[in-house]
Design a protein around this ligand. Structure first.
Ligand code: OAD
Length: 265
């Protein structure tokens, strides 16, 4: 299997860009449940009854109860070494003039609490609520109820969790696509590769000649599409990978596949 290598700054001239996509697996060791593992959220709850606009229209109390339970779990959870390692990577890359783009499917705030300064939440954020009447997005740490008025327009009965449900379009897709196209390396961490559009990023990256790496507990649905695969607990594998990236692994080839292809165009 090809090894994905990020060059040391001394061996190259241009800015190195890495796009990391995280999923529920990175927060599993912080005590937040994944969705599709044995005992995962979707084995205990029906997503069609809890995570769709139709479910919310039919039974908003039930949907609020589900997200209130998850919000309380998020507030009780703490970031783990994988979140901290990615924060270190962002800061160290910025110091070198390089760029890390961190895109997460997670609605928790553990990347931010670990110190990552720019996180793109493509499936929204549980600690925010949105008014379906005026579209204002407000910080929200307490339980949410149908009767809560919007802090912006004061209308009652329109507040919903600021999350993306099945059947809705993920957030910030144009910005994510643009960052993905210009990346030198795409890394997926702790995601099963079952939910699109995020599950399609690896194929897009591969078609553009961008190097790809998967870090997961076990092979994901898309595992064969990745150039490099590392299996194990995120809290153990991610910090090791981050240190290797920052060290530039000088013992191996110093040009990533993507950079090579692009320089030939
Ligand atoms: P999944 O539950 O589908 O996948 C989690 C992945 O993390 C699995 O492949 C696990 O093997 C892996 N995993 C579990 N523990 C791990 C650990 N300690 N270290 C590393 N990997 C670990 O979660 P996502 O792929 O994030 O969307 O799910 C994507 C979307 O589906 C979610 O954002 C959510 C869900 O339905 C919506 O609710 C719209």
């Amino acid at each position: 299997m090809a090894r994905v290598v990020v060059p040391d700054r001394a061996t190259r001239e241009s800015v190195m860009k890495i796009l990391v996509l995280t999923g529920a697996g990175i927060s599993a060791e912080s005590g937040l449940g994944t969705f599709r593992d044995k005992g995962g959220l979707w084995s205990r709850f029906d997503p069609m009854k809890l995570a769709t606009p139709e479910a919310f229209a039919k039974d908003p109390e039930q949907v609020h109860a589900f997200y209130n339970f998850r919000r309380r779990n998020v507030l009780d959870a703490q970031p783990n070494p994988a979140h901290f390692a990615l924060a270190r990577l962002e800061a160290a890359m910025a110091d070198r003039g390089d760029e890390l783009t961190l895109v997460t499917q997670n609605i928790d705030d553990l990347h931010e609490r670990a110190g990552t300064s720019r996180v793109t939440h493509m499936h929204g954020e549980l600690l925010k609520a949105r008014c379906a009447h005026c579209q204002a997005v407000s910080p929200w740490r307490q339980d949410l109820a149908v009767s809560d008025p919007c802090p912006g327009c004061i209308q009652q009965g329109h507040m919903r969790p600021h999350v993306v449900w099945f059947g809705e379009i993920p957030l910030a897709m144009d910005a994510i696509q643009s960052r993905l196209r210009s990346a030198d390396l795409f890394v997926a961490i702790g995601t099963s590769g079952a939910v699109y559009p995020a599950a399609g990023f690896v194929a897009q990256a591969g078609a553009l000649g961008i190097a790809t790496c998967e870090i997961n507990l076990e092979p994901s649905d898309n595992t064969e599409l990745f150039d490099e695969r590392r299996y194990g607990r995120a809290s153990e594998v991610v910090p090791v990978w981050v240190e290797e990236v920052l060290a530039g692994r000088p013992d191996e080839s110093t040009i990533p596949r993507g950079a090579k292809l692009r320089s030939q165009l």
